[in-house]
Design a protein around this ligand. Sequence first.
Ligand code: NDP
Length: 515
Amino acid sequence: MASVEQQAPEEVAVNGNNGSAGSIAVENPGTGEVIAHVADLDAAAVHEMAERARQVQPGWEAMGFEGRAPIFKRAQKWIMDNQDRIIDTIVSETGKTYEDAQLAEISYGAHAFGFWAKNAPKYLADEKVSSSQLFVKGKKLTVRWRPLGVIGVIGPWNYPLTNSFGDCIPALAAGNAVILKPSEITPLTSLLMAECLQECGLPPDVYQVATGRGATGKALIDEVDMIMFTGSTPTGKKVAVAAAERLIPASLELGGKDPLIVLRDADLDRAANAAVFYSMQNSGQTCISIERVYVEAPVYDEFVQKVTEKVSALRHGHPQGPGSVEVGAMTFPPQLDLVEKHVADAVAKGAKVLVGGKRREGQGYYFEPTVLTDVDHSMEAMTDETFGPTLPIMKVEDVEEAIKMANDSIFGLGGSVFTKDLAKGEAVARRIHSGAVNVNDALINYTALELPMGGAKQSGLGSRHGANGIRKYCEPQTIVVSRSFPKRDIHMFPYTEKNTKRIGKVLKLVNRGKK
Ligand code: NDP
């Protein structure tokens, strides 16, 4: 198993500053300080990792669910026992708040270990199949799920535990070896999880961390049997092409531009609280963040007023422990430029900034929590993924216009509808073209690991969670067992006129259909 020490120790330090040509400096975006260096692994190093993974994978698979589950249960406990240390690591490499790390990372990681330990055997159990096909009558038909072998997971910087490491858990649970390439911006949590798994009894090299940049991710695709990618849509397309060239499966969780619709009969306090929380938590750097809001005209002014008050009250800055700030730093420095560009573009085209609207000067990378009104779809802030603490709000005439605007996007990850009429809410949800829609809520679908989570349109291919969230790391193998031994089946050689006619009659009988 890869750990900090095992990856070219001369180039890796967790709290030092001994960078060299082949290393990457890890910065704390909340303070701008360099907090560690990790190795920038090249294709040869990734190849060696894959060879080690291939050696140990059969043994890991042979341990079976009953052998693997106790390790996952220990890891679940390890996460809770070590949560302060994990939160410190996540906060230091992302600049997010204590609560963002606790609610969306610790809570997810611990739950996921327990969930997959319990549910992997159910989702991957052999399926006994019965068929109406006469040719297989009396035979035993089984579908089994065989792990693919070595899985590559490539992750983004916004949730190092949930989105980078989280996808390794079902891949491992299925009996695969996994190599994780975390974002170069946030590699430390993935390395800490290597320590977790090692202490919990995972055999060496079953989980390895390939720290590096985009080139390391590219090299990983060349080595593995399946690639699980989470990141931006442009990079996702490159990953899809690289996977297609090797003809390996790829599961892609990509960008989003999630809409929130407020209908005239909505509980406006709940809608405003949800809009503010789910657009600003994690500084808006969540694939399923609320990125744009459509409000029916009769309640527009009241909703905007409520949102403005709430966003003005948010505390913003570097967290000094629990409860200290609501909105933290931007994790990826260039992201600040993009958020600034979207706000400037909106303002140039007539938008009003009601709160915030600019980056904060001084140490660290911060953008003020921002509310925009008078927005429309000529503006990047309404059409492109902003991935920052901004909430553009647009007035719409009616529910039809709201649905039309919500669907006017290349993305289709999530969405929300607020109304007290639940039947109407569900009907609207069914008309939003996205992977998930919450009625009187947002994002919360992500926490229920029984529910598939994936993107429509350019938000991705495939899904995580639920049965497909583990079966995608396997290939289905069909096994047909003939339990009786007639010397010759009727359709076998030699062909005779009599047999052919008999088969013709049977085919007519079983496929008679209806007039
Ligand atoms: P990127 O697409 O920039 O990077 C994602 C990962 O891919 C990083 O580890 C990156 O390495 C690596 N990478 C870059 N180039 C290549 C390449 N050619 N081949 C293989 N790997 C490569 O995304 P971000 O890290 O900026 O993450 C933010 C994006 O992720 C947003 O669009 C967000 O919506 C999306 N996302 C989607 C989620 C979902 O579930 N749908 C969840 C979370 C985020 P490096 O960082 O070292 O360059």
